[in-house]
Write a protein that binds this ligand. Sequence first.
Ligand code: HEC
Length: 95
Amino acid sequence: MLRATLLVSFFLCSAALADDDLAAMADGEGKDFVYLLCADCHSMQHVLEKRYTRGGWRGAIERMTVDFGMAELEADEHREVLDYLANNYGPNSTR
Ligand code: HEC
């Protein structure tokens, strides 16, 4: 019984955490895709706390792909992700 209860609360908690992650993100084109892509391996907080230039974000995407095995992005997907991150989480972001 306890085991079942823990399992249920685990699922409820992880769903709530994921929602928090999504809710914390800046609205804008590419948001959902970035969330699905990046929150697969770690909390979005890892991403949202950073302030990188466009080149910095390009490097981060590269590290995720080369070092950590993130799926390769198509050119248009790459542009969408990079635009979202650079526009919302750049060095001059006021968030
Ligand atoms: C295949 C798994 C995976 C995916 C998908 C992934 N990451 Fe990561 N990421 C990692 C790992 C592993 C680390 C390093 C360990 C840690 O800090 O948890 C990391 C760390 C980071 C960091 C902090 C360290 C650094 O290099 O700056 C940032 C920023 C980051 N990821 C951004 C992203 C973004 C943006 C995306 C989506 C485009 C993404 N990650 C998708 C695995 C992944």
